[in-house]
Design a protein around this ligand. Structure first.
Ligand code: UN1
Length: 509
């Protein structure tokens, strides 16, 4: 279906959002001061009342109370809620995906991919519920057993961003629930409707298996609501996704009360392209990683570090692809680049391009606004900027489709450039030379939490641990052993002998 893409579409989108909420089982909310907009036109979908600070405190109290019971439910039984959630997500995949498109502006394929990521993490968490393994170590003392056990941690506060409004919630919630934690979720104030939908689905899942619905709480509003999770001693873990600026506010305050943090902050992800690279494959991967989600993933490719021998060839391919990319209504089939989230994102893009040019950068293509959606919608053609050096602006994350190109001659230099940014989330090398690939993955190679070969920087699978180093915050969530952050470890030594030998050979008698 193709729509005339202008702001007259807003009322139709608003009634669609309302219909989708109902289909997902959520009553459209009573009007209030929190405005849900669609970046498709910049217009208003619905409004709802934000939670008050007192309501947020009460939600934390309910989650803390539910935890006292949830922690003793056997983990495989806790997984029943997650299984029921996965069932609902399968049934409602198209509807939830469409709501993501309406509220976050993702193209349909990516919105469905995001819901698929939720289903995948649910399946991972269900299996995990039987694999919360502790180790048994050899004790140095006869007749003793030394082991570790993993216990539920407490209330997990989830603070999530607009760009993955549902998947990042699911990464945290599916794992936390199986680990025996309860969850209080503060979604981005930009995406309250998808949050309401997910909360409703989770509550429906709990009801379907007779589990306590209070294991999940939703609190909506601005930073003052999120601050409750940060300050409250009852919140054992704060899992926060967002900007480095937000992380700087969250981390010290949680640390000051000895709470635990899991931070997923900014990225400034790069790909190194070597002379041996399959340029056709590299170009395809680069275009998805840089322009997909309109450059609004934390894993978006923002820097290309290309060997001088192939830089012109590669630029030609990427430029050609950028110029052909269909930019427009993300609901329309064939569109690959939807809108930026809001005016601020557009201003940041413009400002970055200007600073790059002042630094001697050459705008090779894109950056201009595409005039669709009406005056309050911000569609842009992905920008490619060739830089003489990695100047200050290149070292910053601009959350928009803006790809800088830098040139290198020697792989050591490429890796130095690669690592010379404050962020450390995701990275790639394109090469068919095994030595180069291994060098990139080695201890003195990429310093990121994610390092890929012949794959772009974005689109990670849920099975691996997701997160990054340096200003990205150091957290790991989703797969592998990330679950350990959601639990507390106890070391147990059991004496089953009739003697009392002391460790380290000490005698005390
Ligand atoms: C994010 O942008 O916050 O690897 C998460 C990816 C997705 C997750 C991105 N699986 O691009």
């Amino acid at each position: 279906m193709t729509h005339t893409l202008d702001d007259r579409l807003t009322p139709e989108l608003a009634s669609r959002a309302e219909r989708l909420l109902r289909a997902l089982g959520a009553e459209p909310p009573a009007p209030g001061d929190l405005v849900a907009r669609t970046p498709i036109t910049g217009g208003q979908l619905l409004t709802l009342a934000p939670h008050t600070v007192a309501e947020a405190d009460a939600a934390i109290a309910r989650a803390a109370d539910a935890f006292t019971r949830w922690r003793t439910v056997p983990a495989p039984a806790r997984a029943a809620v997650v299984r029921a959630l996965a069932d609902l997500l399968r049934t409602h995949k198209a509807e939830l995906g469409e709501l993501v498109t309406l509220e976050a502006g993702k193209i349909t394929a990516e919105a469905l991919g995001e819901v698929q990521e939720m289903i995948d993490i649910c399946e991972f968490a269900i299996g995990l519920s039987r694999q919360l393994y502790g180790r048994t170590m050899p004790s140095e003392r006869p007749g003793h057993r030394l082991m570790e056990t993993w216990h539920p941690l407490g209330v997990v506060g989830v603070i999530s961003a607009f760009n993955f409004p549902v998947a990042v919630w699911a990464w945290n919630t599916a794992v936390a629930l199986v680990c025996g934690d309860t969850v209080v979720w503060k979604p981005s104030a930009t995406t309250p409707l998808t949050a309401l939908a997910c909360h409703t689905l989770l509550r429906r899942a709990a009801a379907a298996v007779d589990a306590d619905p209070e294991v999940h709480q939703l609190i909506q509003g601005g930073a003052e609501i999120g601050a409750r999770l940060v300050e409250d001693e009852r919140v054992a873990l704060v899992s926060a996704t967002g900007s480095v600026r937000m992380g700087r506010q969250v981390a010290p305050r949680v640390a000051a009360r000895f709470g635990r943090c899991l931070l997923e902050l900014g990225g400034n992800n790069a790909a190194v392209v070597t002379p041996s690279a399959d340029l056709e494959l590299a170009a395809r991967a680069i275009v998805f990683a840089a322009a997909g989600t309109a450059g609004q993933r934390c894993t978006t490719l923002r820097r290309l570090i290309v060997h001088a021998d192939v830089v012109d060839l590669l630029i030609e391919r990427v430029r050609h692809a950028f110029e052909q990319l269909p930019v427009g209504n993300p609901l329309d089939e064939g569109v690959l680049v939807g809108p930026l989230i809001d005016a601020r994102a557009h201003t940041a893009l413009d400002a970055a391009i200007e600073r790059a040019r002042n630094d001697g950068g050459e705008l090779l293509c894109g950056g201009e606004r595409v005039p669709v959606g009406g005056p309050d919608a911000y569609y842009v053609r992905p920008a490619l900027v060739r830089m003489p050096a990695q100047t200050e602006i290149v070292r910053e994350e601009t959350f928009a489709p803006l790809l800088y190109v830098l040139t290198y001659r020697d792989l050591d230099h490429a890796i130095d450039l690669h690592n010379a940014v404050p962020q450390g989330l995701s990275s790639s090398i394109f090469t068919t030379d095994q030595r180069e690939a291994e060098r990139f993955l080695a201890a003195d190679g990429s310093d990121c939490g994610i390092a890929n070969v012949n794959i772009g920087t974005s689109g990670a699978e849920i099975g691996g641990a997701f997160g990054g180093e340096k200003h990205t915050g150091g957290g790991r969530e989703s797969g592998s052993d990330s679950w350990k952050t959601y639990m507390r470890r106890a070391t147990n030594t059991v004496n089953y002998s009739a003697e009392l030998p002391l460790a380290q050979g000490i005698t005390f008698a």
